[in-house]
Ligand binder design. Sequence first.
Ligand code: TEU
Length: 570
Amino acid sequence: MTDSTSPAPTTEGGAAQHPEAPWWTSATVYQIWPRSFADGDGDGVGDLAGIRSKLGHLHDLGVDVLWLSPIYRSPQADAGYDISDYDDIDPLFGTLDEFDELLAEVHALGMKLVMDLVVNHTSDQHPWFAESRSSVDSPKRDWYVWRPRAADGSLPTEWRSFFSGPAWQLDPATDEHYLHMFAVGQPDLNWRNAEMRAAVHAMMNRWLDRGVDGFRMDVINFIAKTPASLEPGAAGFEMDPSVHDHLQEMHREVFAHRPDRQLITVGEMPGATVDDAVLFTDQQRHELDMVFQFEHVDLDHGPDSKFDVRPLRLSALKRSLARWQEGLADRGWNSLYLGNHDQPRLVSRFGDDGPYRVESATALAAVLHLHRGTPYVYQGDEIGMTNAGFTSIEQYRDVESLNWHEEALAAGASEADVLESLRSRSRDNARTPVQWSAGAAAGFTTGTPWIGVTANSAEVNVEADRASGERSVFEFTRRLIALRHELPVVQLGAFALLAPDDERLWAFTRTLGDERLLVLANCSGEPLDLDPALDPVLRRRSVPDLVIGNTPHGIGSLTLGPWEVRVLRG
Ligand code: TEU
């Protein structure tokens, strides 16, 4: 969170050329999901020591910020997104001393470190919840969302949990229900309670005082529920406008008194619209720097379930991202992502994880990184890791997948159909160990990994990719990250989508002053002939200047090879 008045740091890249632009407009963030990143002690689970051992890899990639998914004390009901102590590190991952050492090394390498702030809910093992559930008269009763059990056995509302089943759990001790939008072990906090909010602010300040550089805020738009949506019979969550008050209060209590710090905040916001995002990320409103929106990752499933897999049209995907580019062109800022720990691997979902894995991974990386916004690289996507390829329910670990498997079978679905949906949409697809080498357990651990390693690790791994020369996804991603540092047109240039209805070509321009880039990506496995009418650059007699491309030959031709991307100047 940088006030727009604070000077951007003097970097070698675009920020220095546009001092009014916050530093994170030319930055790239790398997401680490610690459990599967790298294991330092051989227990089969990733940890802080493992992360430290791979800082060189991240520094080589050139990323500016590391976002750690939760490493706090947690019973791990939802892989750490159920926190029982915000002020300590779970022994699974290490200690606070090890965290301080990691943070110091990250800073020494010129990178920043962002923690995952999960404050829509806690773990049911958090002391706050233990106190709240102890009695209807507990001073912390109102820190959570409780409703009396109805005589007729009906639930307080009709809300469903994201992880199957109702979103209300009856607590026998006080014969009342508590709200949990996610797992039963993740009771929702009541953000209408000022004391609770103050406790969250104090915790955030302790982490910033410790030296962290900001927060990724988990489902932060869910913290404000409209009173009507919590009335009996209400179908589901409805965001209350008070969410803006909470974020502005958070800015006053946590960020405003730190103008000397180059901080960053990103709010994860399922269901947020472009109009919401303008309000959340307009720097004059002092709420957030950027948001993770979900429109583009909700295009390929039915309205009722992410596991109701539907075909995706490229025109829908590129129009969706273009809508967000247009909507936040003058006010606010986009985050840019195609994958994370909740989504399938991007090369399997949007690209081709077969013969054109490398080409499609690099083409999609170029398209993403050359949009206007702050790109997020998810661990393993820098080498084009693919979906897990699991074939039996025993291989899955994720609460969302396991609960849905049970619910879908109970509703009459066949095991084969359920496994087919999980194979393409389970979060575990992105949670298999990062594939560092062709060795045992892909070099992730010397022990037995907590989850299976994807079968292609002998071919798809960091060592092999980084030794593959022009076919290296890592090297291509590194160059894209460097472009954002070097070219103001990448950092700030205006976006314009071309050929919106073409189902194979993803084409757009970026323009800043007299700087202009034309991005041309063939998102298909067949050669694609470009229409010279598409853009003046294609009608020039001279061979255009190639800024970056994933296929070395044919720059002057009007044919793009399968999954070829070309970025031309002009
Ligand atoms: O995810 C929020 C969220 O909306 C998820 O339910 C997501 O839409 C779904 O998992 C897609 O399959 C955040 C975290 O990123 C996720 O890992 C947590 O499980 C969840 O919140 C609860 O904290």
